[in-house]
Design a protein around this ligand. Structure first.
Ligand SMILES: Nc1nc2c(c(=O)[nH]1)N[C@H]1C(S)=C(S)[C@@H](COP(=O)(O)O)O[C@H]1N2
Ligand SMILES: [Mo]
Length: 326
């Protein structure tokens, strides 16, 4: 008898430490939705496109203490083959396998809302117009896996200042590219996200010097699965805040709706600061699996408050109850 795929039964056939809770849970919801829709059909053909080759970038070394770490780097192969990018599917291997269909050239980002100088940035303006630096950050997914990656980018604050946020601006809302013909995960009847993928930050979080507009990793431009050509990295927050393949940045006076809050607000909050004391309703956040991690070598490390960046960012949340504002 053929084994029933784990996905369908939702029965762990490997150690629970290897299960990725978000997708297991989503699969269950997806199947219910699909059953309601009556079909599991993918109607549009996938466009053939070759992933552009990664280009070397020129950049300087990080200029602040917290901008680097002595911790062992996660090998580039792991950082670029174990990904979350639901536009291409919910399995960790889907983005590396399917994100090459996303066309990233030409690319532009629209900056709008509460700014004195709204406008568009082409990718060339981004790559040529900001001083790139390497930042070695810990990166912690809400699913309790983590990695250490040398990103290349520039402070988001540098970009926002050019557009001159008005005095009323209090939040920044981001959107990912939404192009179904290039993103097989968005065409799936089982997809639960109301595309495009959306994220947001409070303006002071967005202006914090650790918040990085990221264009590369390991010395080169981002591969598609990592969010090419331009993504956010917010190292003290759970990974889902670090939105990929950004096409829109809007300054607002109201807290923007995010994709994960839309999906399950009691599980995924707006702040999503890494915190070992505040468990996810379905699992503990006390420890994490540092990639590469396997059944035999789980590589378990204790999770740190604000992912180890408390000294730099705790002040942003002074007086806030972090279990209430999770
Ligand atoms: N557009 C978009 N951005 C996204 C996601 C996504 O599914 N779509 N996943 C998020 C999650 S849950 C994580 S952990 C990180 C993963 O980044 P990585 O694949 O480079 O490790 O991307 C975040 N950004
Ligand atoms: Mo994540």
């Amino acid at each position: 008898m053929k084994p029933v795929p784990r996905k369908i039964l939702n029965v762990p056939q490997i150690a629970s430490s290897e299960i990725t809770p978000e997708s297991v849970w989503l699969d269950r919801r997806n199947l219910m939705k699909a059953a309601a829709a009556g079909a599991l059909v993918n109607t549009l053909p996938t466009q053939a496109a070759a992933a552009p080759a990664a280009k070397p970038l020129s950049y300087s070394q990080a200029k602040c203490d917290a901008c680097s770490t002595e911790e062992t780097l996660t090998p580039v192969e792991d950082a670029t083959s174990y990904n979350n990018f639901y536009e291409f599917g919910t399995d960790k291997s889907d983005p590396a396998e399917h994100a090459h269909t996303m066309i990233t050239d030409p690319w532009s980002v629209e900056v709008s809302g509460l700014v004195n100088k709204p406008g568009k940035l082409n990718l060339e303006d981004v790559l040529g117009g900001f001083d790139l630096e390497e930042r070695i950050y810990r990166f912690r997914c809400v699913e309790a896996w983590s990695m250490v990656v040398p990103w290349i980018g520039f402070p988001l604050a540098d970009l926002l200042r050019r557009f001159e946020p008005t005095a009323d601006a209090r939040y920044v809302a981001f959107k990912t590219l939404y192009r179904p013909e290039e993103m097989r995960g968005t065409r799936s009847f089982t997809s639960v996200i109301d595309w495009p993928y959306k994220e947001g930050l409070r303006l002071d979080e967005a202006m914090h010097p650790l918040t990085l507009m990221t264009v590369g990793l390991y010395g080169k431009t981002l591969p598609n699965q990592s969010g090419a050509p331009l993504r956010l990295i917010v190292p003290w927050k759970y990974g889902f805040k670090s939105i990929k393949s950004i096409v829109s940045i809007e300054l607002t006076d109201r807290q923007p709706q995010t994709s994960w809050q839309e999906l399950a607000a009691h599980e995924y909050g707006f702040f999503s600061n890494v915190n070992p004391e505040v468990d996810h309703p379905r699992w503990s956040q006390r420890y994490e699996r540092r990639l590469p991690s396997s059944l035999f070598k789980p590589n378990r490390v204790p999770t740190q408050l604000f992912n180890g960046y408390a000294e730099q960012v705790a002040g942003l949340y002074a007086g806030m109850d972090l279990s209430k504002y999770y």
